[in-house]
Write a protein that binds this ligand. Structure first.
Ligand SMILES: [Fe+2]
Ligand SMILES: [Fe+2]
Length: 171
């Protein structure tokens, strides 16, 4: 089975996007930990691990097809944030960028009648729906609960609970 050069480079580019997402969530986790947001820290450390597993899925897919996966250098992520809310907003926009990259790959797969890559990408399409919904819901909490110290502490606890749920469902 062969996949086109276009598809190969799109998938390799996706490896890079997932690696950068993992790295940027790691920086967010570290910022949260340093700042004292324990929930945010465990949430983003777990999120960073999740993005690494996404990256590995694509690495394995390409290698199993006999196409050498390209392991990329990652960009230096932003390491300073104004607030927990701005961390979550940055995360949402990065997820939106990942979603559109995945949708572009789906279109390539459709155009090239690459059924195996099309089927492989279905998991990522569904995953992105969940990822965007998760961050949108978390960002809404600032409108619902507030932005004072007690409210932010409450939101940090919600992040802690969400990190535990993700850890339980992963595997
Ligand atoms: Fe991802
Ligand atoms: Fe993600």
């Amino acid at each position: 089975m062969k996949i086109s050069k276009t598809m190969q480079s799109a998938l390799n580019n996706q490896i890079s996007l997932e690696a950068n997402a993992s790295n940027s969530y790691l920086a967010m986790a570290s910022w949260c930990e340093f700042t004292g947001y324990e929930g945010g820290a465990s949430f983003f450390y777990a999120q960073s691990d999740e993005e690494r597993t996404h990256m590995l899925k694509i690495v394995h897919y390409l290698n199993n097809l006999g196409v050498a996966a390209v392991i990329p250098a990652t960009k230096i992520p932003a390491s300073n944030y104004k607030s927990l809310e701005s961390v979550l907003k940055t995360a949402l926009s990065s997820e939106q960028a990942v979603t559109s990259a995945i949708h572009k790959m789906v279109e390539i797969a459709q155009k090239e009648r690459d059924h195996s890559t099309y089927a492989f990408l279905e998991w990522f399409v569904n995953e992105q729906v969940q990822e965007e919904a998760k961050f949108e819901t978390l960002i809404q909490k600032f409108e619902l609960i507030g932005r004072d110290k007690l409210a932010i502490n409450e939101i940090d606890k919600i992040l802690a609970a969400d990190a535990t749920v993700s850890a339980d469902t992963a595997a």
